[in-house]
Design a protein. Structure first.
Length: 420
C-alpha cells in the first residue's frame, strides 16, 4: 500500500548548532542554541506558544551522559512544558524518526504546529566507551559477541563491495576527500578543513616540533600514509569514518495550509518512507541495504517523483562505503556504479549529482541522534538558496532528499522535500 498524507506538512524554520566537541555544554544547552537559531529562521516570526507537541531524536543520552527521558527536559529548557514531549530512538536514524513522527502527527490532523529536534552529546566519554555505546545499536546477541564494532561492520560491507564490483580503497578515499572539500565551506562543520589544508597543518606542526617534514605530494599520498591516515578497520581508515560529535538541530513543522502565515518560502515534505531489515548475519548480499531501497521507493511513490528529479541530497555517510551504497540504493546509480561516480567527481558539489553539500557526517560531524535533523537543515538552506559559500548552483533547485540510516540499515528513513 502506498501511504499518503491526509494533510500536507511544511517546514517553516530550521536551525542547528555547530557540530563538534563542546566540553562545557550539556545536551540541553545545545538544544536551546538550535531552538534559537530555528526561531530566528522563521521569516515572519511565530509564537512558541503555538507549538503543540515536541518530538526529539536521541540515541542514548542515558549511556553518553547518564540522562534518560530526555524529551521533557529539552522541552522544559525551551519553555514549552506542558506540551507532550516524546523521545524517538532508531539509533543513528533517530532524528529522522522524530521528523517522521512530527509529520504524521500533523498529517493526522491532531496538531497544526510541531517542534522536531535531534540531540546527542558523545564526547564526554573516551572513544573506547563511545564505541561500546554505539555497539549497543548492533545485534547484542550475534554482532557484539563476534567482536564487531561499527567500523568493523562497515568494513565488512566495504570488503564485500570491493570483492563484487572491483572498487578499491582509493574509491572510498575519494568520498572522504570530497566531503572534506564540501565541509570546508560549512561553518557548522566539526572538521571544516580540506584534506589539503590538514596536510599543510601537519607539515607545519612537524616543522615546529623539529620532526622530519612529511613529503606527501598530494592528498591521495597523504590518505595512503598509514601514519597520517590510520587503519581503523581495513579498508576503513580515519578519513573514511565519521567522528565522535556533539550537536543538536531543531525544525518547525506546520500544516501546509498555514505555512504562508510563517514564511513566504516554506519547504514542503512531500515524501516519507521508512523500512527495517534484519542484522547483517541474515543478509545474503552485503552490498545493498534492502531497507533503503524499500523506504526510498515508498518516499518516491508518495512524492510522485523519480530519483533523477532530485537536485539536492544528504546521505548517511557514517563511513565512506555507506555513501557509495546509498547512492545506488536510492536509484541514482546502478549497483556497482556508485564508486565510479564518486571517483569521477559526479557526486561532488559542482558535479551533476551533488551528494552531501554540507560535508556529510564525515566532515560536518555525526552526533548520532541529531544527524538526521541536521540533514534537514542543509536541505532547507539549499532549497531556499541560503547555503552561503556552499550553495549549489542552478536556479531550478526544487527537490531535495535526506537518507538516514540506523545501525547497518536495520532502520532506513527517507524524506523528500519540495520548494514551490
Ligand atoms: N576523521 C578525521 N579526523 C579525525 C576523526 C575522523 N573521523 N576522528 C578524530 N580525528 C582526528 C582528531 O581531530 C585528532 O586530530 P589531532 O591529533 O590533529 O588533534 C586525531 O584524529 C585523533 O583524535 P581522537 O579523538 O584521539 O581519535 P580516536 O582514535 O579516538 O577516534 C575514530 C577516531 C575513527 C575511532 C572515531 O572517530 C570513531 O569511532 N568514529 C566512528 C564513529 C561511529 O562509529 N559512529 C557511528 C556510525 S554508525
Amino acid at each position: 500500500m502506498t501511504g499518503k498524507l491526509n494533510r500536507g506538512v511544511a517546514i517553516v524554520g530550521a536551525g542547528m548548532t555547530q557540530f563538534g566537541a563542546f566540553p562545557g555544554k550539556a545536551t540541553r544547552d545545545l538544544f536551546v542554541e538550535a531552538f534559537r537559531e530555528m526561531s530566528e529562521s522563521v521569516d515572519k516570526g511565530f509564537d512558541p506558544n503555538q507549538i503543540e507537541a515536541v518530538y526529539i531524536g536521541n540515541y542514548s543520552s542515558d549511556l553518553f551522559e547518564g540522562q534518560g527521558h530526555t524529551a521533557p527536559f529539552m522541552t522544559d529548557h525551551v519553555g514549552l512544558t506542558p506540551r507532550p514531549a516524546t523521545r524517538c530512538e532508531d539509533a543513528c536514524a533517530s532524528g529522522s524518526a522524530a521528523l517522521r513522527s512530527g509529520l504524521l502527527a500533523i498529517a493526522s490532523g491532531m496538531y497544526d504546529m510541531v517542534l522536531v529536534g535531534g540531540i546527542e552529546k558523545m564526547t564526554d566519554l573516551p572513544t573506547e566507551r563511545v564505541t561500546d555505546t554505539l555497539a549497543t545499536a548492533s545485534d547484542a546477541l550475534y554482532d557484539v559477541p563476534a567482536g564487531f564494532t561499527f567500523p568493523g561492520l562497515y568494513a565488512s560491507i566495504a570488503t564485500a563491495y570491493m570483492d563484487r564490483y572491483g572498487a578499491t580503497p582509493e574509491s572510498f578515499m575519494k568520498v572522504g576527500l570530497k566531503n572534506h572539500n564540501h565541509g570546508s565551506l560549512n561553518p557548522k562543520a566539526q572538521f571544516g578543513q580540506t584534506i589539503a589544508s590538514i596536510m599543510e597543518r601537519q607539515k607545519k606542526s612537524a616543522e615546529k616540533k623539529g620532526r622530519p617534514i612529511p613529503t606527501w605530494a598530494d592528498e591521495m599520498e597523504f590518505l595512503h600514509d598509514d601514519r597520517a591516515n590510520l587503519v581503523i578497520a581495513w579498508p576503513m581508515r580515519l578519513y573514511d569514518c565519521s567522528p565522535v560529535s556533539d550537536g543538536a538541530a531543531a525544525i518547525l513543522l506546520v500544516a501546509e495550509d498555514l505555512a504562508k502565515n510563517f514564511s513566504d518560502n516554506p519547504i514542503y515534505i512531500i515524501g516519507s518512507g521508512q523500512a527495517s531489515e534484519a542484522t547483517l548475519r541474515y543478509r545474503s548480499d552485503l552490498t545493498t541495504l534492502s531497507s533503503v531501497r524499500i523506504a526510498a521507493q515508498k518516499a518516491y511513490e508518495m512524492a510522485g517523483v523519480k530519483p533523477a528529479d532530485i537536485k539536492v541530497t544528504e546521505v548517511h555517510d557514517c563511513f565512506t562505503i555507506a555513501e557509495i551504497i546509498a547512492t545506488e540504493d536510492l536509484g541514482f546509480f546502478k549497483p556497482g556504479q556508485g564508486y565510479e561516480a564518486a571517483e569521477e567527481g559526479v557526486t561532488s558539489r559542482l558535479g551533476p549529482r551533488p551528494i552531501n553539500s554540507s560535508g556529510g557526517l564525515k566532515s560536518k560531524g555525526h552526533p548520532v541522534g541529531a544527524s538526521g535533523a541536521g540533514q534537514v537543515v542543509e536541505i532547507w538552506k539549499q532549497l531556499r538558496g541560503e547555503a552561503g559559500e556552499r550553495q549549489l548552483p542552478g536556479d531550478n533547485l526544487n527537490l531535495g532528499l535526506t537518507h538516514n540510516v540506523g545501525g547497518t540499515g536495520e532502520t532506513a528513513i527517507i524524506h523528500i522535500y519540495e520548494r514551490r
